[in-house]
Ligand binder design. Structure first.
Ligand code: UD1
Length: 436
């Protein structure tokens, strides 16, 4: 177990380059088993969630190699159609193997997925959609078995624009008989990236990013090379860190259109944003202004994943801001930890009322989830004195070399062994010895 130690109140400056998007890499890697041959994926971030996905691919029989940020998956021989329960439980996106495995092997057996504890996160839309495509599903407690000789196109109306369900349908129906139409699909940039990857491999997916997606099933897909889009959530995290600390930074390799839902919020906070060629300069005022109301919604509205870092920034803004979380019901769990820094945030169901305070003080806190963990890092950068953040394995799921990049921007942050947990473990061991 590791921790971050942060000495706050350092201004950030300089340049930082975004790594590839976690939420693009995961579905694309899951989809790679549709292809007999080598998929070469560039700009693939080295994150614990990506490593877990690569491990699943290896367990299924793929040959996986990584050189720098390029990952090569050879899925010529798939030897299994079941995924190990322990890996499955660490990551919700492993549900996407359902669509790809059933398409490739005719049968898939998986356990219900895990991931960040930010709500109940059911998978009913995934299951219903796969049934519409002709799969027979057997649920057995915590595991699901899904079989079909060949999936057949169908019209699927999603009651909510679920990112994962849209991806599962796209992946499952890429190789299928007939045409699949998705009404009300998710429109996130990561959906477009997945469709672009599969289309390069020979799929016929039309309308990704729009309100209806059509997929004309093909007989087979062919190997291709693809570059993952830059991580827009990482961009909004750096923007929040810059805003909270009253700094100026340049973020490289940004896709401005992907960030258009967050720009108005940073403008309202008083930040100046300058767009260059694939780069964004952020200039924060000495003290941020409050934002009247932010509502998280599916793309192209404000992303739920950017909510936590922005909450951290608003905790030191002048005035009271309100955020309504509409996607995940538990996504304000980190706010209690932010209040330990002296922030003044009231949570009422899925609404946060953030009364901006002048400054924060160092604290000893626990990351509750991935983006909530990033919010605590931002609070630590702002705070006067020393901050310790435990359970940073949550942060490692989505931020590659986070502390190194922040250090390069001028932050005083280091990764250390968690002595507290190590001591507790030693004590436990000692007690066990006595009992024996
Ligand atoms: C993806 C992202 C996650 C992001 C989220 C919303 C990945 C790996 N993760 O998660 O970072 O926060 O989109 O932008 O890409 N739901 C159901 N039934 C279902 C599926 C979803 O009720 O079958 C609900 C969920 O509980 C949640 C909402 O729909 O309340 C949105 O979920 P979804 O869009 O599916 O998110 P994920 O794909 O899990």
């Amino acid at each position: 177990m590791e921790i971050f130690k942060i000495n706050g109140q350092q201004k950030l400056s300089g340049e930082v380059t975004l790594h590839g998007a976690k939420n693009s890499a995961l579905p694309i890697l899951c989809a790679s088993i549709l292809i007999k041959g080598q998929s070469i994926i560039h700009n693939c971030p080295d994150l614990s969630d990506v490593r877990a996905t690569l491990k699943i691919l290896e367990d299924l029989g793929c040959t996986v190699t990584r050189q720098g940020d390029t990952v090569t998956i050879d899925a010529t021989d798939i030897t299994a159609s079941q995924i190990d329960e322990s890996v499955m439980r660490t990551m919700r996106s492993s549900i996407l193997f359902l669509g790809s495995l059933i398409s490739r092997t005719g049968c898939a057996s998986i356990y219900l997925p895990g991931g960040c504890d930010i709500g109940t996160r059911p998978v009913d839309m995934h299951i219903k959609a796969l049934k519409s495509l002709g799969a027979t599903i057997t649920e057995n407690g915590s595991s699901i078995t899904c079989c079909a000789d060949r999936l057949t196109g169908a019209k699927i109306i999603l009651p909510f624009a679920s990112v994962g369900a849209t991806e599962n349908i796209i992946i499952a129906s890429a190789i299928s008989k007939g045409k699949t139409t998705i009404i009300n699909p998710a429109r996130e940039p990561e959906i477009c990236d997945l469709a672009e990857f599969l289309n390069k491999c020979g799929a016929r997916i039309y309308g990704a990013g729009e309100t209806t997606i059509e997929i004309e099933g093909v007989e087979r897909l062919y190997p291709c090379e693809h570059r993952i889009i830059p991580d827009r959530i990482l961009a909004s995290t750096y923007m929040s860190a810059c805003a909270a600390t009253g700094s100026q930074i340049v973020i490289k390799d940004v896709r401005p259109t992907h960030l258009s839902p967050v720009f108005p919020v940073f403008n309202e906070m008083g930040c100046r944003l300058y767009l260059g060629h694939n780069e964004l300069k952020v200039e924060a005022p000495k003290r941020l202004r409050r934002v009247k109301m932010i509502k998280t919604m599916p793309y192209p509205a404000f992303p739920t994943d950017s909510q936590s870092p922005v909450t951290a920034a608003l905790s030191v803004a002048r005035g009271t801001s309100v955020i309504k979380e509409n996607i995940f019901e538990n996504r304000f769990r980190f706010a209690a930890q932010l209040n330990r820094f002296g922030a003044d945030i009231d949570i009422n169901e899925q609404m946060a009322v953030i009364n901006g305070v002048k400054t924060l003080h160092g604290a000893d806190v626990y990351a509750t989830d991935l983006r909530g963990g990033a919010a605590l890092v931002i609070a630590g950068l702002v705070a006067q004195g020393e901050t310790t953040i435990h359970s940073i394995e949550h942060i490692d799921r989505g931020y590659e070399k986070f502390e190194d990049n922040l250090k390069r921007l001028g932050a005083d942050i280091k990764r250390m062994k968690d002595e507290k947990i190590a001591k507790e473990k030693d004590t436990e061991k000692g007690q066990q010895t006595v009992v024996q």
